[in-house]
Design a protein. Structure first.
Length: 367
């Protein structure tokens, strides 16, 4: 039901008038009932006054005045809204706010987070593999197929570079690039123009969703053709657990396994441009009259103790925190995959745990 200020005030005034009317109805019988005995008394005792009548009338009048006084002093009920618009009260909105529960990742829903491992990793899924020999050094739920969030952008970069499109071509962010899947924000406002290479740089380094979407939208044949090319490339690589529906990773329908992602990282490492852009610590772009500074979402690229060849981070609720990397450790080129990590920095901490383990325990590859 809709309530407005004028409606409620009108109802209160009507209530007040109703009370006064009822008071008068009560007073009239009292007046009439008192007058009849008074008339009889006058006929029988001509010399007596009608004081009882005066008292009755006085009491009734006082009662009416009291009702009017209380009505006048009674508080008015007013429902206010910021825009002075009608307020809609629904049970569903209240019920929804009370029943909303914390959302869980698909890995957590599948019970993967309860899997124990010798390194005490906080990621539900992990894989460490020798890049040259394909030897698996560590594996945890590596066959599980889960949402991969912005790890998607690694395949986006592969498709863009394979297409050999002009890197200096200027692309413009449009309303079509605005996230309607998760409602995420972006520092690239609609109308911002950057070269294809700058868009690719921001997509890989800072995981810019609008940049990644613009890259797919400006592919020959449009977004549909781009997603088709992503899935075709996955099929060519034998990534049978992998499927894409869009180029950003905002959709939880973009899914893969750790084994498939290791294959993707290995391929991405063969692209010099992807290696350079994904490991860039920071990047400044000119947008109109402004300069915007972007930083890498993977803090390990700024750590001098790490030698990272290619990397990508990712996060949506359904996927948890994700990280894939190619890195050189203890004389070996390794590929690392961490999916569905539980906390903001735990994926990086898991990488550090693996590095300490590799350095201390795993023998160097025979050259």
């Amino acid at each position: 039901m809709l309530y407005t200020r004028s409606t409620v005030e009108f109802e209160v005034h009507v209530t007040t008038l109703t009370r006064l009317f009822l008071a008068l109805l009560v007073s009239v019988p009292v007046l009439l009932g008192s007058a009849a005995p008074a008339a009889a008394a006058t006929g029988q005792h001509a010399g007596k006054t009608s004081k009882p009548v005066l008292k009755k009338v006085s009491a009734s009048a006082a009662s009416s005045r009291e009702l009017r006084r209380r009505a006048a002093n009674s508080p008015r009920i007013t429902i206010r809204s910021a825009a002075r618009a009608p307020i809609t009260r629904t049970r569903s909105s209240v019920a929804t706010s009370r029943l909303t529960a914390p959302r869980l990742s698909m890995g957590e829903l599948a019970g993967l987070r309860s899997t124990a491992d010798d390194l005490d990793l906080k990621s539900s899924v992990a894989l460490v593999m020798d890049q040259d020999t394909n030897e698996v050094l560590f594996s945890k739920n590596s066959q599980a197929v889960l949402p991969i969030a912005s790890i998607t952008k690694l395949m986006t970069a592969v498709v863009v570079t394979d297409a050999a499109l002009p890197l200096d071509e200027v692309l413009t962010i449009t309303q079509d690039d605005v996230d309607t899947e998760k409602g995420s924000s972006s520092r690239l406002s609609v109308g911002s123009s950057l070269t294809r290479e700058e868009m690719l740089h921001l997509a890989l380094m800072s995981s810019e969703n609008r940049a990644a979407h613009a890259l797919g939208r400006n592919y020959p044949g449009g977004l549909t053709a781009f997603v088709t090319a992503m899935n075709q490339k996955a099929h060519q690589l034998g990534m049978t657990d992998t499927h894409y529906v869009e180029p950003t990773g905002l959709s939880s329908q973009n899914q893969s396994s750790a084994h498939d992602l290791a294959t993707l990282v290995k391929l991405a490492h063969t692209h010099p441009l992807i290696r350079e852009l994904s490991t860039s610590p920071e990047f400044m772009v000119d947008i109109g009259h402004r300069q915007l500074q972007f930083r890498n979402t993977n803090g390990l690229v700024r750590n001098p103790s790490w030698e990272i060849g290619v990397q990508k981070t990712g996060y949506i609720v359904e996927a948890g925190r994700c990280l894939v990397m190619q890195a050189s450790l203890a004389g070996r080129k390794l590929i690392m995959v961490f999916l569905d990590s539980t906390g903001r920095n735990t994926r990086l901490a898991d990488a550090e745990r693996v590095r300490r383990w590799i350095t201390a325990v795993v023998p160097k590859a025979v050259s």
